[in-house]
Design a binder for this molecule. Structure first.
Ligand SMILES: [Zn+2]
Length: 202
């Protein structure tokens, strides 16, 4: 299981944003999936406690069900990104269907950034979506959605790998809720102690 995105993947997809190019102590925190009525308010609260701004790549389907949660995210100063309408895997989906699904999500998500579900996207899909979106991947996967992972492991995944320009991936769904409750605060505390600043400018 990869925590750091392998170089080979970055090499094959150079037009995607894997990490920001900066000399400054700046990092980008991201939460995928959701919004979820339990997890999103929790995450927003924790971020507020630490005065940290983050980017939420939300699913259109969920945003449609919970417009109030999308508003909660935006009203708290965070950024919203498109994560498609029905969370399709780009490798196993017909191109037109995939592009239509992202298009459909635009009705509920007003954003110029996109993150492909599962990080799986084909060159054709990239070429088309790049006309409208900056496509954002990540360089650090927290593995917060993994069952039976220890909070210490999630902590180490992030803290031992973070560097200037890192894009860190967490989730904003029920699968990761328990793990987030055990690890998010100690991770954010450590990142603050290391004097990182948290950007949402893509
Ligand atoms: Zn996702």
């Amino acid at each position: 299981m990869f925590v750091k995105t392998p170089l080979i993947t970055k090499y094959f997809y150079p037009s995607l944003v894997w990490k920001k190019d900066t000399d400054q102590k700046k990092i980008w925190i991201t939460f995928d999936d959701g919004p979820n009525e339990k997890v999103t308010p929790y995450v927003v609260n924790v971020l507020e406690k630490f005065n940290i701004k983050a980017t939420f790549f939300v699913i259109g389907n969920q945003a449609k069900k919970h417009p109030e949660l999308v508003e909660l995210i935006i009203n708290n100063g965070h950024k919203i990104g498109n994560h498609s309408f029905s969370h399709l895997n780009g490798f196993c989906t017909n191109n037109n269907k995939y592009l239509e699904d992202v298009e459909k999500a635009k009705k509920y998500i007003d954003s110029d950034i996109f993150r492909p579900p599962y990080g799986k996207i084909t060159p054709f899909q990239i070429k088309n979506l790049k006309k409208e979106f900056k496509i954002i991947m990540w360089d650090i996967m927290s593995w917060d959605f993994k069952e039976n992972i220890s909070s210490n492991k999630i902590y180490r995944n992030v803290i031992n790998n973070v560097e200037n320009g890192s894009i860190i991936l967490f989730h904003n769904n029920l699968k990761s809720y328990k793990n987030l409750k055990n690890s998010l605060e100690i991770i954010l505390e450590k990142l603050k102690e290391k004097e990182y600043q948290f950007s949402t400018t893509w």
